[in-house]
Structures are given as C-alpha cells and as structure tokens.
Design a protein around this ligand. Sequence first.
Ligand SMILES: [Zn+2]
Ligand SMILES: [Zn+2]
Ligand SMILES: [Zn+2]
Ligand SMILES: [Zn+2]
Ligand SMILES: [Zn+2]
Ligand SMILES: [Zn+2]
Length: 235
Amino acid sequence: MCRSKSVSYFAHDPAHRLLPAAAAGDGGEEFTCGGCLVAGAGPRYRCATPGCSFTIHEACALRFPKSLKSTLHRQHRLKRRRESSAAGVCDVCGEDVKGACYGCATCGVALHPLCARMPGVARGGAHPAEHEAWLVRASSSTATAADGGNGEKQAAPAAAGCAACGRLVGSWRYRCVTATCGAEFHPRCLLPAAEQCRGGGEGEEGSVGKGCCCGMLHYVTYCLAISSYGYHYRF
Ligand SMILES: [Zn+2]
Ligand SMILES: [Zn+2]
Ligand SMILES: [Zn+2]
Ligand SMILES: [Zn+2]
Ligand SMILES: [Zn+2]
Ligand SMILES: [Zn+2]
C-alpha cells in the first residue's frame, strides 16, 4: 500500500488515513460524501482503518483547504467549516448545507465545497449536447440605461423558470449562450453533484494540482465574453 498517497481529513479522526479507492466500472456507482454529505461518483477516498467506512469525494480529500478564494464569492475569502452551523442553504445551488462546507461570516453565507468550484461552463443534462451554458449570477439591478439605444436588446432575464424542472431559478444559474435558446437552469439541474465529480462541465476538476489561476483566467474570459453578449450580469 502506498503510504505517500494517503491523506487525512480535517473533520475525521486524524489517526485514520484515507486512500484513493477505485470506483467500480467507470465511476458510475454513486455514494454520499462523508465530509460534505453531498452525492458523489467517480474518484473517491476511503478510510483505510478496519471497520471505518468513511468515504469522501476526491475533491474533498485533496482540494479542501482551510480557506479558499472562490470565483463564486469574490468579495471575501471563504473559511472551511466542519458543519454548516446556522447557515441554511448553499448560496450557489440553493440546497441544504448539512456537512462540512465553506462559509463567509461577513455575509452569513455557506457553500458546498463542490459548489465553491462549480465549473463556469457546463453542457448536457436536459439540453442539446452542443449547447454551452455559462454559470452566471443575475444582477439585482438588471434595468440599465446604458444600452437604451439598442433597439432589439435582450429583455431583462426576469422570472424565467428552470428549463429542466420548471421552478424559478435563484441568482446563480446556468444560462445557455446559444442565441436561439437562452435556456436557464438551476446549477444542480444541469450539472448534478455526482456528474461534476465525474468531470462534467469544464471546470478545474481534472486539472488537479494546477492551482486555481487557470480556472480564474478562464472565468474572466467568460465574463468578458458575456459582457459582449450584452447580458447584464454582475459577477
Ligand atoms: Zn464531499
Ligand atoms: Zn476512519
Ligand atoms: Zn451547493
Ligand atoms: Zn462574504
Ligand atoms: Zn431546476
Ligand atoms: Zn441551449
């Protein structure tokens, strides 16, 4: 057994070492991460201590630093927490935060660790595979006089429903950039957590150990491109 590959997890017994576990088949078998309590699939780490079945996302094992600067919460560094404490729902996906997470005490928000790294671009799901959807945050003030002279401009992306489930989308949503489509999705309706773990979307998953600068650059490119589309989103 390769000792050097083992890691410990901040919210698990420090004497217990976790080892990469081969996922059955092509990672299809789903599990619940013992750290963040969110569904997962694909690469995972399992506790090597006999009798302990603690299993976590590879991302939670390898990329869960004490603090994180996320592109989805640019204002402040996020701090790692053992549990959600008072914070109810994830600021990105809108689902309950039940386990280890990232929080911002200043803003009183919490993010699932996977959601803090939600890829900027995702495809597929309930949507033509060639359509690219970008993770954007709807501005609270979409009304602007800045391009008032533009005759055929996009209507404000007001009360659009999710193209997958039909319910209202929150502030963070994936928006299709195919001009004839423009469908919007709850982040987790387009890219379920298990799918993100399998490498769905085009985020930094897969560029392990590369740091976040590349992802950041990518993201900035998307922002600029979105601005040039004329949408009024604030990141
Ligand atoms: Zn996890
Ligand atoms: Zn253990
Ligand atoms: Zn979330
Ligand atoms: Zn904050
Ligand atoms: Zn939905
Ligand atoms: Zn589309």
